[in-house]
Design a protein around this ligand. Structure first.
Ligand code: F6R
Length: 259
């Protein structure tokens, strides 16, 4: 794992933006996995302002609420349109999200995995982290080799996400999410986490034991996981001085191109 600690949430978003921009510039046909939620908002704003060419880029989102249609304002389809897709020249036919209204979730989830495979796999998967350690909507006790499927949200996640729906009772119970096995197959995983409320989950994921009780700890098995944090999200890490030293002393060939 590479741990990058930045002074503020805005700086962490800038670092993530540099990593994704560099991928789009060096591989204009890249396949990028995307996340929703509050955390990537600064990042998407920066990416949108960058004016890069997305015409050859393919995207796969991590998840969608089951029973929520694309036109629903709280759907992840609507979130992505609003916060990224309508600001860049991505081709609609290259954009993929699970369909929350699918009449046959099992077949749909299987087909989603097939589409990822047919696209050549995911070059970079962007992730957030839940306060309970979930990545995608792989809640604690998710199989570490799971594939895209239906999951049931925990009470904690439904409480955390009530802010988007106005009230907790309106938050769906079920979601379609890429599995942990799907995420682990991406060529790079980029987890962005900001804020004090993520510090405990981040500490478990980075320095804790590999356990399905903290699904993000599965990234310890990933061949190239980058964990991009602000100071608050990094505040519970024991070895943060070491991570800072490593980052500041990267050999030139590993440096992330500046903006
Ligand atoms: C969203 C997703 C979730 C979020 C996580 C953090 O597509 O997969 O894992 O990344 O719930 O959400 P925020 O950023 O709202 O704290």
């Amino acid at each position: 794992m590479e741990i990058i600690i930045q002074p503020s949430a805005e700086d962490a978003a800038e670092m993530a933006e540099r990593i994704i921009s560099n991928l789009i510039i060096t591989n204009p046909q890249a396949v990028i996995g995307l996340a929703t939620g509050s955390t990537p908002l600064h990042l998407y704003r920066r990416l949108a302002a960058k004016g890069l060419d997305w015409s050859g880029i393919t995207t796969f989102n991590l998840d969608e609420y089951l029973g929520v249609g694309a036109e629903h304002p709280q759907s992840y389809h609507a979130f992505m349109q609003e916060n990224l897709f309508r600001h860049v020249n991505v081709d609609a036919k290259n954009v993929h999200l699970p369909d929350g209204m699918t009449p046959d979730p099992e077949t749909h989830c299987h087909a989603y995995e097939e589409k990822i495979r047919a696209a050549g796999g995911i070059d970079l998967q962007l992730l957030g982290i839940g306060t309970d350690g979930h990545i995608g909507f792989n809640e604690p006790t998710s199989s570490l080799s799971s594939r895209t499927r239906i999951k049931t949200l925990t009470a904690r996640t439904r409480r955390d996400n009530a802010r988007f729906f106005g009230s907790e009772k309106d938050v769906p119970f079920h979601v379609i999410t890429m599995g942990i096995g799907t995420i682990l197959e991406s060529r790079t995983a980029l987890l962005l986490a900001t804020g004090e409320n993520k510090a405990e989950a981040v500490e478990g994921a980075v320095e804790g034991a590999l356990t399905s009780m903290n699904p993000a700890s599965a990234l310890q098995l990933h061949r190239r996981a980058i964990i991009c944090l602000d100071e608050a999200a990094a505040s519970k890490l024991q070895r943060r001085d070491y991570y800072r030293w490593v980052f500041e002393n990267k050999p030139p060939w590993q440096k992330i191109p500046p903006n």
